[in-house]
Write a protein that binds this ligand. Structure first.
Ligand code: AMP
Length: 405
């Protein structure tokens, strides 16, 4: 288990605790929060700090205002939902640094909660003073001046070194918040010290976006199932016809190299053994199940077939840990969601009843598992997209490095 600094290890009473949350929540045109998952994810840390009488200062980015004030990117709209979730008043400062922020911080009593305005209203959050990418240490120092302690609770931004993350940690002691801790504990347990055999299931559109991830996984897992559009590149590399399917023909050598690496590392690769093919990329398109070499030139593989799902179920049964990223087909278009839904339900049942450790995350994965109705039945679902993928790629994440002992 990674040995990192945890919130529970310190005395926060009376201290000003600067908490980096990820409140970049989806909103409608009127500014109403349409999915409050990220607000809810921050509650354990905020409530812990309230219980232990800290002065709580929440900071986050929202959208991409690019260093300028933008009304629709204001955090102000989050005060109401946050107040109702916490059951207590939440103060607001219309800037994250400067006089208004300083005054709001100075007015905090023990147990109070303050939300500062969007960090990305300042260019220094994401750019150095010379305009290149990074962060401006002066901006970061102005943020850090609000706190005695820094708590990083936003794993979803852990792959970025920005002013409100690594920048603050440069001058304040940094600790993992409870949501961060949950992410790190589960992901470490799934990938670094897994109960074996450990299986990966990687789907999604393209190999090109997941080359590093596949390379890292074959060196760590006992078996790896590849699905979705990206499986087509592997099938093509093996000489199967993929018709008009989404396929990166220029990456067939990469696919072969990944398969060779897998063999060397004793990682079994599972590819589709049958597919669902259609001539149109739309919901309800006429389709048929066929074997690998029966895909016609004008057909597209849009999902894995039932024999493949059976094979995946057997592989899940033979595994103690499952790490899932990406759908097995074009799951937004019924009935091409079938393999994703069936396999997700199967994994969820095994997680609920047979002790399978099932961990998922990254991009469309959460949407796919929600669509299958099993998001609550997995052992853990990461709220992160890019950070989850970079973790799976085996990269050191700056936001995690600052928390290591
Ligand atoms: P990713 O963001 O790489 O995880 O890819 C997710 C996207 O891959 C989803 O929008 C799926 O519809 C798409 N996808 C999965 N399988 C296929 C396929 N066989 N053909 C086309 N798109 C696919």
């Amino acid at each position: 288990m990674v040995d990192f600094k945890r919130l529970e290890d310190i005395d926060v009473a009376g201290k000003r605790v600067l908490v980096r949350v990820d409140f970049n929540v989806p909103c409608d045109d009127e500014g109403n929060v349409t999915d409050g998952t990220r607000l809810v994810a921050a509650l354990p840390t905020i409530n812990f700090l309230r219980k232990h009488k800290a002065k709580i200062i929440l900071i986050s980015h929202f959208g991409r205002p690019g260093g300028k004030r933008e009304t629709r990117a204001s955090m102000m709209k989050l005060i109401k939902p946050l107040t109702s979730l916490l059951g207590t008043d939440v103060a607001f400062a219309p800037d994250c640094i400067g006089k208004t922020a300083d005054a709001a911080v100075a007015a905090l009593r023990d147990g109070d909660v303050l939300l500062l305005e969007n960090t990305r209203f300042h260019k220094g959050e994401t750019h150095k003073a010379d305009g290149t990418k990074g962060y401006d240490p002066k901006f970061a120092a102005a943020l850090a001046a609000h706190g005695d302690i820094f708590v990083h609770d936003a794993f979803s931004v852990a792959h970025r070194a920005q002013g409100s993350t690594s920048g603050i940690a440069a001058s304040l002691p940094a600790y993992a918040g409870l949501a961060m801790e949950r992410e790190l504990d589960h992901l470490t347990q799934a990938l670094d010290i897994p109960r074996r055999p450990v299986m990966g299931l990687v789907g999604g559109a393209k190999v090109s976006s997941k080359i590093d991830l596949l390379k890292n996984l074959v060196s760590r897992l006992d078996r790896l199932a590849i699905g979705g559009g990206m499986a087509n590149t592997f099938l093509a590399a093996l000489g199967h016809s993929v018709g008009a399917s989404l396929c990166e023909h220029d990456l067939t050598d990469t696919a072969l190299e990944i398969m060779r690496n897998a063999e060397r590392e004793n990682c079994e690769i599972l590819l589709p053994v049958d597919v669902v093919a259609a001539k149109e990329f739309k919901a309800g398109a006429k389709h048929r199940v066929c074997g690998l070499d029966a895909v016609a030139d004008d057909e597209m593989i849009l999902d894995a077939g039932p024999a493949t799902v059976d094979k995946l179920a057997d592989a899940i049964d033979a595994s103690k840990t499952l790490i899932w990223n990406g759908p097995l087909g074009a799951f937004e278009l019924t009935p091409f969601d079938t393999a994703t839904v069936e396999a997700a339900k199967y994994a969820a049942r095994r997680a609920q009843n047979n002790g399978l450790i099932a961990v998922a995350g990254g991009g469309d994965t959460v949407a796919a598992l929600k669509h299958a109705g099993v998001a609550d039945d997995f052992t853990f679902i990461s709220t992160a997209g890019g950070a989850f993928l970079e973790w799976m790629e085996g990269k050191a994440l700056p936001g995690v490095e600052i928390l290591k002992k």
